[in-house]
Ligand binder design. Sequence first.
Ligand code: AMP
Ligand code: MG
Length: 397
Amino acid sequence: MVMKPFAQFISLAEAQSAVQQVLPVPEREWVAPEQAYGRRLAESLAARTAHPSATESALDGIAARLEDTRMASEQSPVTLRGVGESRAGEAYSGEVGPGECVRIYTGAPLPSGADAICPVERLEFGAEGEVRLLAPARREDVRPLGDDFVAGDELLPAGVRLTPARVALAVAGGHAALPVRRRWRVVLLSTGDEVRAPGTPLNPGEVYDSNRYGLRGLLHECGAEVLDLGHAPDSVNDLAARLDAAGGADLLLTSGGVSMGRYDFMRDLLMERGEVTFWKVRLKPGGPTLLGRWNGLSVLGLPGNPVSSLVVFELLVRPALTGEELRTVRLRAAAPFAAAGDKVAFWRGELRGGEVAPYPKQSSGVLRSLSDARVLVRVDPGQQVQAGDELDVLLLD
Ligand code: AMP
Ligand code: MG
């Protein structure tokens, strides 16, 4: 057997960039605003119209000439003559002359001649259209045309995630369809003779397929389309058949079968019949992670250990799928954290009054450590972390 050379014991940064490279920016598609939540904008978006589209009132009240109202107070109200009304969707078409005012409502266009608003709370309405002002009108309660933006203004840069507020902004700017990046199509496969579907009986030594459900959820959070290939036993031929069924996807994510064991057949399959880009990252947990290819399909083999598979997803897959940096903050350690030899360690951490403490059990088989932890604490090789030291912490939620 001749094996092509591949990178081994690479750094986390090298692994991140290798995974990033197999997921270049996807092509553009157009979606309706209601389909755009959570998607990435494929190109920058400029306004097609001004917002507001006319100079308008910010309040319910009257529109008048500021000059006429300056002297108004509770002790000596100013009386104006009401000559009409302007409401949202139906402007007053005349001109507001000296001594006149127009009833106006929030969002209604300011009639010509008027330049200020007096709110309804400061008004008294008399007979025959008389309006008494208990305070001067204010220019601040006029919203100028284009106060938010005018046609041609950039509203959103390319690449941003479309939050509800950004979708609302795009719609306000006149967009009925939004250019977004196509969703990544990711295939998911669990491996292992001992792995069982939830709801089936479990014999000693077997384990429920928890990785699939953790990984599915993470893919969902990243906006990827998930194609679930189910579960394959530890057999090279079985795995090969499954991988053949995964064509057309951007990435195949597998769990299990990439470590040093005799029955780690994902590793054997890719080394012997496929291609391996790298195997083993100087990382704990998640060291045995493997990146390879099978008939043109990129395959990221995650270790089966439940904590490892989910942590590696956070470190390698989430940034590549979302194009976002890891969500890292600096926090103070409540207790010492160990380094892990030449590996960069990500310990599960608990937050205690603004400081971070290690979760008591750090085995990569202890799924509760990840479920309870809110953060992953990064400790680089050679870094000595004592209580009180500041360190980099990755936010999980
Ligand atoms: P492996 O990477 O295949 O050597 O598996 C390492 C450990 O992870 C073993 O204890 C497996 O039983 C466990 N494991 C493998 N696949 C899964 C899975 N899909 N869900 C939960 N645990 C798993
Ligand atoms: Mg296995």
